[in-house]
Design a protein around this ligand. Structure first.
Ligand code: NAI
Length: 758
């Protein structure tokens, strides 16, 4: 791994802030494409209006991506444009229905072997964009659908941008999510167009900007209906060629406060410093400084110039954090095509109606997302009050989306109208899928299957959202066990990105394929796993959480245990998580897990029982490990306060131990990693990528580590086994390394090709 240069050189900063030095163009680098292939970029000669069009349409791909091969084709199209004597302006548009350009080709990035090679890739991108910026005629980007990363950087290099007012249109610089920064001039051009504060927000969060917001902030010049996009872009090009502004009519009114703010903050050196200082403070608070990319973005935005951008890009490309995040991206892409075991050639059945048993926290969330995606849902609960609450939940979620202008009042009404409910099984007979989220009780869940089978008039799938019970046991008395499957959601359902689908030996492939399709329709990443108590995610979370309790029993302070996990990169510590999930809920899961794994795993004995007895259930009861007032954390000097009375129940009382955060964190993370590999060894995981994605998306395993399997690859199985064995002798048999890890250590094997130390 290449060591990173902390803040860019002084010479770099001296390049000046407003006008960064422009990259030089190396003609030789641009002419790489094989000339015989159909060109991904085509020039359409100028019409009577003097406007030529450069069409981007990468053959054989659903979306356009910017690759090393594409840029020379772009150059050739531009050469044709230069030779077209009728051309007074040019529109750059996509020939793909899916969108403009979805970003740079991530495979190109994997080719770089050093920071210098990474920087050279960035410079190549900068040069290509610079050629667009230096075009002899005005250029207009006609944007619809995805305009992301390198796609947006290309649009930024144009003279103007026109965007389609379509729900699918989104503009973003999401490089930070891959541990990188925009490396084709974006860090320099974006602040000039939308101001430093807006640019930093986009680059540091990677957030999607919708068309109207984009127009308001000056990112696009005009927003038009999708059907008029090319015509509007042409018209803008004509106006520019006549020396007029891109947009016809008056410029849109900017809100006064924005103007004042930008005047005060961004048009003077002190103001800019303040914006950068505040952004850095926020980054440190949110990421605890464990992600280098946001910090490098701030460095580069602070006068780094094009050269600073390229060097920072190269360094980040070599960072372990970017490698982990890119690995995760690779898992997401690969698993999108995986519908579960024996599903090859098996089609998903259309799901036109869904039933939802239990309208509690999970039921309400699941129904809300289903209806949002166009599936009518019938809810059933024991009482009408629960149904009303679930409808209120949906109303709140849709209301927020409507406020963000994601849809209109009609869209809001339409979604809400898709949810109905009652206390009987009316409407369940014709449901293609019934999702069950009643209490975590085996008997109750079995009864739910019987009820659904009695009501069914069509072959209904029964998908249970249990968090720990084995699916085969829930299906034990089912008349149709082949239609029973696990569908494990995470709370809050509308926000959490993962669904874990659990198949038993009896689950029919069409049921698996259909359930996976439903989860994807709900916008979720899906992992398909085998059946056992806790499946994959709950199973790996359990040793991590119980290790936190062991630490508590040994006398470590609550905030130190959380801090140890956060230092590793977990978004919240395990004790905070217990308060959030509910101490009683956690205890119930732990009980199930102890029943099934007590012979092998060690569990802390009844620690939480006295907490539950005194009504200490976590945030929901405003009484937990931490202090709450009306469900809100009590904060002092930016820190959550611990409820010190909890120590009365612990063996050491208030005499907490001096923390060793490194060792505490290692104990928690290795307990998790060992269990993850055990799941693969036992065939609960069908392959390691699902284990990586599931741990990151489901339970907050540090994303920059790329998941537990990549974690093993990075440190080496041998190293992990040595560390586990040392912990086993110090702490107990729960750290005994599993057989697969030991085998891999002796063979020096990796879970993922091309990974390993770095
Ligand atoms: P909850 O207590 O909020 O909701 C359960 C609902 O089921 C209640 O509204 C209850 O009235 C209803 N119910 C009980 N008996 C019923 C019956 N015979 N017919 C219809 N409805 C009935 O619980 P929550 O948190 O929604 O959990 C539900 C299930 O989801 C449990 O199995 C839980 O383990 C699982 N789960 C929970 C997660 C969480 O974070 N809360 C995450 C993943 C799974």
């Amino acid at each position: 791994m290449v060591k990173k240069d902390a803040h860019g050189s002084d010479g770099n900063k001296a390049e000046g802030r407003k006008v960064a030095k422009r990259p030089e163009i190396d003609q030789g680098q641009l002419d790489l494409a094989a000339r015989n292939e159909p060109s991904p970029v085509r020039y359409e000669k100028a019409g009577l209006d003097g406007v030529g069009i450069v069409w981007i349409d990468v053959p054989g791909k659903k979306v356009n991506t910017l690759s090393v091969q594409l840029m020379p084709a772009f150059e050739r199209a531009f050469d044709e444009m230069r030779a077209d004597t009728d051309c007074r302006a040019v529109v750059i548009a996509s020939g793909k229905e899916a969108g403009f350009i979805a970003g740079a080709d991530i495979d190109d990035l994997g080719e770089a072997r050093s920071a210098e090679e990474g920087a050279a890739l960035s410079r190549q991108g900068q040069q290509s964009m610079q050629r667009i910026a230096d075009a002899p005629v005005p250029t207009v980007a006609a944007i619809h659908g995805d305009c992301l990363g390198g796609g947006l950087e290309l649009a930024l290099a144009c003279t103007a941008r026109v965007a389609a007012n379509d729900p699918k249109t989104k503009l973003a610089l999401p490089e930070v999510m891959l541990g990188l920064l925009p490396g084709a001039g974006g860090t320099q051009r974006l602040p000039q167009l939308v101001g430093l504060a807006n640019a930093l927000d986009m680059m540091l969060t990677g957030r999607n900007i919708r068309p109207h917001k984009a127009q308001k902030m000056g990112l696009v010049d005009e927003v038009v209906p999708r059907s008029q996009l090319i015509e509007a872009a042409r018209a803008a090009a004509v106006r520019l060629s006549q020396g007029k502004p891109a947009r016809a009519g008056k410029p849109p009114k900017k809100k006064m406060p924005d103007e004042v703010q930008s005047l005060l903050l961004e048009r003077n050196a002190l103001g800019r410093k303040l914006v950068l200082h505040e952004a850095r403070k926020k980054v440190m608070k949110q990421s605890k400084g464990v992600y280098p990319a946001p910090l490098r973005i701030l460095d580069v935005a602070d006068g780094g110039g094009y050269d600073g951008e390229a060097r920072a890009f190269g360094e980040l490309l070599m960072s372990k954090e970017s490698a982990g995040l890119r690995h995760l991206f690779h898992c997401i892409t690969a698993l999108k095509k995986d519908n579960g075991p024996h599903t090859e050639g098996v089609a998903a059945v259309p799901v036109n109606r869904a039933g939802m048993l239990g309208a509690g926290l999970m039921g309400a969330g699941i129904a809300t997302v289903l209806a949002d995606k166009g599936v009518p849902v019938r809810l059933k609960d024991r009482d009408h009050e629960s149904i009303t609450k679930a409808l209120d939940y949906a109303r709140k979620v849709y209301g927020k989306a409507r406020k963000r202008k994601q849809y209109s009042q009609a869209g809001f009404d339409e979604r809400l109208a898709r949810i109905s409910g009652g206390t009987d099984m009316a409407g369940f007979g014709r449901a293609d899928i019934v999702i069950e989220a009643v209490f975590e009780s085996l008997d109750l869940k079995r009864k739910m299957i019987a009820d659904v089978e009695a009501a069914a008039k069509v072959p209904t799938i029964f998908a249970t959202n249990t968090s720990s019970l084995p699916i085969a046991e829930i299906a034990r008395d089912a008349a149709h066990p082949e239609r029973v499957i696990g569908m494990h959601f995470f709370s809050p359902v509308e926000k959490m990105p993962l669904v874990e689908v659990i198949v038993t030996d009896q689950t029919a492939p069409w049921v698996t394929a259909t359930t996976v399709a439903v989860a994807r329709k709900m916008g979720k990443h899906v992992i398909v796993v085998g059946d056992c108590a806790g499946f994959y995610t709950t199973r790996v979370l359990t040793p991590y959480m119980s290790e936190a309790i062991f630490l508590l029993l040994e006398g470590y302070a609550i905030e130190d245990i959380d801090e140890a996990a956060i230092r590793i990169g977990f978004p919240v510590g395990p004790v905070t998580l217990m308060d959030e999930v509910g101490i009683d809920v956690g205890a119930k899961v732990m009980e199930v897990m102890e029943k099934y794994y007590g012979g092998r795993m060690e569990f802390p004995d009844g620690t939480t029982k006295p907490f539950i007895e005194e009504g200490r259930l976590g945030r929901k009861a405003s009484k937990g490990f931490y202090l709450y007032e009306n469900g809100k954390s009590t904060i002092e000097r930016g820190k959550k306060l611990v409820d010190e009375t909890i120590y009365d129940h612990l063996p050491n009382g208030k005499h907490t131990r001096k923390p060793n955060l490194g060792e505490m964190g290692e104990r928690m993370v290795l307990a998790l990693v060992n269990e993850a590999v055990t799941c693969l060894e036992e065939g609960i995981l069908f392959e390691p990528m699902a284990g990586d994605l599931g741990a990151v998306m489901g339970i907050g395993f540090p994303p920059f580590e790329g998941g537990p399997f990549r974690y093993v690859d990075r440190f080496g199985a041998q190293n992990i086994v040595t560390r586990l064995t040392a912990l086993e002798s110090r702490c107990g048999r729960r750290f005994k390394p599993c057989a697969m890890l030991v085998g891999m250590a002796s063979e020096g094997a990796l879970f993922h090709e091309g990974q390993g130390a770095g």
